[in-house]
Design a protein around this ligand. Structure first.
Ligand code: DHB
Ligand code: FE
Length: 310
C-alpha cells in the first residue's frame, strides 16, 4: 500500500475536528500543539506507509510506558530532554546570557524537600560498604567571579548499585539518602560529604529498556552527581557533573555529558578529620557560575512533576 492522503480535505478536516480548532474560549495553545503533533503523526504514517500493526504496536507501547511510569525516563533516553537543553543554550547565546556553568538534564529522579543546611551537609545516611568516601565542594559565583552568599546548592546521586533513594527497586535506602541541600555563606562556598556513586542503568524489564534494546542501544549512564543551584537575582541552574574516568562518559544513554562538566577527581587524606568514613577519600571541586535573570525573569526555570517525601 502506498497511498498519500494527508493533503486531502477530509484528512485536514479530521485533524481540525480532533483538535477542536474551531471552538472559542478553549485553550488555544493546547489546540495548536495537539493539531500540529497529530498532523505530524498522520503525515509520518503516510510518508513511511506505516501499517496498522505498526501503529497499534506504538499505541500499546505508550500504554506500557505509562504502566511502568517511565515516560520521563524515555524522554531522557530519546534525547528529548537534551534537545530542550540545546534550545535553551541557543536562546542564551542569542540574548548573550551565556558564560555560566553549562546546564544539563535534570533527569526524572529528583526528590524535593531535602533539609537545607548551612554550608556543609553529610548526605550518606545509609551504610554502603562498597562505596568510598567523596567530598564535593566548590564556590558559587556570578559571571564576574564574585562569590554569591545565600545561594542554595542541592545535589542528588546514586549509591554503589546505581540506585537512587526513593526510586530504589530494592527499597533499601532511607528517605533523602545521597540527597542534600546547603546554603552558602559570605564566601559563596558549599560542601557535601558523601559516597562515590556508580552509573545508573534503566530498569532492565521496563518499557524504556525494551525500546532501547530493539534499537540496539544500552540504557546506562556514567557515574554522575546532579546539581541545582540558585541565588537571589540569578537564574536557577540545573546541571550535573560526571565522575572522571568512567568508561561511559562519552556514551551516556541520556546525552547529558559536556566537556565542562567533568571535574578532576583527586585522591586526598585527612577524611577522618572531616568526619568521612575513611581517612583516604576522593575530592571533587565543582564551582558553579550562575547567570543573571533575563528581563527580570528566570527564563530557565522548568516546571515538571517531581517526587516529594512527607
Ligand atoms: C535517567 C536517569 C538518571 O539518573 C538521569 O540522571 C537521567 C535520566 C533516566 O532513567 O532516564
Ligand atoms: Fe541521574
Amino acid at each position: 500500500m502506498s497511498v498519500k492522503i494527508f493533503n486531502t480535505a477530509e484528512v485536514q478536516d479530521l485533524l481540525k475536528a480532533a483538535a477542536n480548532l474551531k471552538a472559542n474560549g478553549s485553550n488555544e495553545r493546547l489546540k495548536t500543539i495537539v493539531h500540529r503533533l497529530l498532523g505530524d503523526l498522520f503525515l509520518a504514517i503516510d510518508d513511511l506507509d506505516m501499517t496498522p500493526d505498526e501503529v497499534w504496536a506504538g499505541v500499546n507501547y505508550v500504554n506500557q510506558l505509562g504502566k511502568d511510569g517511565e515516560a520521563a525516563l524515555l524522554a531522557a533516553g530519546l534525547g528529548l530532554e537534551k534537545f530542550l537543553d540545546m534550545r535553551m543554550d541557543a536562546e542564551d547565546k542569542q540574548v548573550g546570557n551565556d558564560g555560566g556553568t553549562p546546564r544539563t538534564i535534570e533527569g526524572p529522579l529528583y526528590v524535593a524537600g531535602a533539609e537545607v543546611r548551612d554550608h556543609t551537609s553529610k548526605i550518606d545516611l545509609d551504610e554502603d560498604d562498597a562505596a568510598r568516601p567523596l567530598r564535593i565542594h566548590g564556590i558559587v559565583k556570578d559571571l564576574n567571579g564574585s562569590p554569591l552568599a545565600g545561594a542554595i546548592v542541592e545535589c542528588w546521586h546514586a549509591n554503589s548499585n546505581g540506585f537512587y533513594s526513593h526510586f530504589d527497586p530494592t527499597g533499601a535506602q532511607s528517605n533523602f539518602n545521597l540527597r542534600g541541600a546547603v546554603k552558602t555563606g559570605a564566601d559563596g562556598t558549599y560542601e557535601f560529604h558523601t559516597l562515590m556513586p556508580v552509573g545508573y542503568g534503566c530498569p532492565p524489564h521496563g518499557a524504556t529498556q525494551t525500546l532501547l534494546t530493539k534499537l540496539k542501544r544500552h540504557g546506562n549512564r556514567p557515574a554522575h552527581v546532579h546539581v541545582f543551584a540558585s541565588a537571589e537575582g540569578k537564574r536557577k541552574l540545573t546541571t550535573q557533573f560526571n565522575i572522571e574516568g568512567d568508561p561511559l562518559i562519552w556514551d551516556d544513554f541520556a546525552y547529558a555529558t559536556r566537556e565542562e562538566l567533568i571535574p578532576p577527581v583527586t585522591e586526598k587524606s585527612g577524611g577522618a578529620a572531616l568526619g568521612l568514613k575513611a581517612d583516604s577519600y576522593k575530592d571533587i571541586q565543582f564551582d558553579l557560575t550562575l547567570t543573571p535573570l533575563v528581563s527580570g525573569k528566570d527564563n530557565q526555570v522548568v516546571h515538571r512533576l517531581r517526587a516529594t517525601v512527607e
